[in-house]
Ligand binder design. Structure first.
Ligand SMILES: NC(=O)c1ccc[n+]([C@@H]2O[C@H](COP(=O)([O-])OP(=O)(O)OC[C@H]3O[C@@H](n4cnc5c(N)ncnc54)[C@H](O)[C@@H]3O)[C@@H](O)[C@H]2O)c1
Length: 352
């Protein structure tokens, strides 16, 4: 379905912590608008409705029946992403879903299939694909400036406050879904590291072919992992590691944030301002020194996520982050969980 319009009007499904930020992005982007807000809890709707002057409902069917809703943005607990997305696709609405696309590959596949069947676009709210810095990094990596990629390191070490588990970082919604395996799908890996898994995949084009992981819940009264180490093998032979935890006093200290990609000719740190170190520098560069990567264009934020999705829908093109991208990042996460549970290496692609 191609819309003959310059504005994509979103119905918001799930108006908790991140949706409040995404609403700011939707209202400030030139090509998006908020048409309706929906949440099963009426108490989280009133302040947003008052601020944005839009109708609200606690009934998802009412939102999906609203002809002024062109697309939905889904920001609910993880296990609801796929069923709600499928319902929206069946109602002819384009779907922008928060990460992770789903908690199982079967659900991810069903959502992708429903969007294809009903001819609506499906996007996932990752940042890398709408970030000019990551695009510049991607261009360099794909041009071979790092040489052969040999190693990848992903790190997410933080101490989430006790209040996070029942109210996120803002306390906007009191809930316990983040603590529940069946509702969240997992802990720090599916919640946080999944962004970096997507980033590395998009920047390098490498696919993970095997993982081995050790994981546990060592310091938090929750069902999901708070500590995990994953070793990965990529399809070009490179090795990767993930070190992640949500109960780490002192966090990562002075470690530069962002995934690191090591090649035979250099290293790239995929931070918001990426850093690059090259043994054979680009024009005018000094060998064997760290430099900030030059790039032009916007860095990713909530506005970029919604406006780039909207531009694709309005032009009848593929969204910058596709359902397939969402599925591939989820697949690595699920393989790591399967390995952690079975204490065996797990090969990818996974059988759903
Ligand atoms: N892209 C990012 O950087 C980013 C950051 C934070 C959160 N997220 C993702 O956003 C999603 C939501 O996270 P959050 O932190 O906002 O959680 P939250 O708990 O603050 O909000 C979730 C909301 O969904 C509502 N909800 C529950 N069941 C519903 C249903 N059946 N229909 C409609 N609404 C329903 C809840 O009432 C709540 O208001 C998660 O997928 C999370 O991983 C993404």
């Amino acid at each position: 379905m191609v819309l003959m319009a310059s504005l994509l009007r979103f119905g918001i499904i799930g108006c908790g912590e991140i949706a409040a930020q995404t609403c700011q992005g939707i209202s400030s982007a030139p090509n998006t608008a908020i048409a309706m807000l929906m949440d099963t809890r009426p108490e989280v709707l009133s302040d947003l409705a008052e601020f944005y002057h839009v109708p609200t409902t606690t009934d998802v069917d009412a939102l999906l029946a609203n002809p002024e809703v062109d697309a939905v943005y889904i920001a609910t607990p993880h296990y609801l992403h796929a069923p709600l997305g499928i319902k929206a696709a069946e109602a002819g609405k384009h779907v922008l879903v928060e990460k992770p696309i789903a908690t199982t590959l079967a659900d991810a596949d069903a959502l992708i299939a429903a969007c294809e069947k009903h001819n609506v676009k499906l996007g996932v709210a990752f940042y890398a694909q709408v970030d000019a810095a990551m695009a510049a990094a991607r261009d360099l990596v794909r041009a071979g400036v790092l040489g052969k990629i040999t190693f990848v390191r992903l790190s997410s070490l933080s101490r989430k406050p006790d209040t996070y588990w029942h109210g996120g970082y803002t306390g906007r919604v009191y809930t316990d879904w983040r603590t529940r395996k069946a509702q969240a799908g997992g802990g720090v890996l599916i919640m946080n590291v999944i962004h970096d898994l997507n980033t590395v995949r998009w920047v390098t084009g490498l696919e993970v072919v095997r993982v081995y992981s050790e994981m546990d819940t060592l310091a938090t009264p929750v069902e999901v992992e708070d500590t995990i180490g994953v070793v990965m093998r990529y399809d070009n032979g490179a090795i990767g590691v993930v070190q992640a935890g949500s109960a780490m006093p002192g966090g990562a200290h002075q470690d530069a944030p962002g995934p690191r990609i090591y090649g035979t000719k250099g290293q790239l740190i995929l931070a918001s301002k990426p850093l690059i170190y090259l043994t054979e520098p680009l024009e005018g560069g000094v060998p064997n020194t760290w430099q900030e990567l030059r790039f032009s264009g916007p860095i990713a934020d909530r506005q970029q996520i919604v406006s780039r999705f909207a531009a694709a829908v309005l032009e009848g093109k593929e969204p910058p982050v596709t359902g397939y991208d969402g599925r591939k990042a989820l697949e690595i996460v699920l393989a790591a969980y399967r390995s952690g549970e079975s204490k065996q290496p797990v090969d990818l692609p996974l059988r759903a």
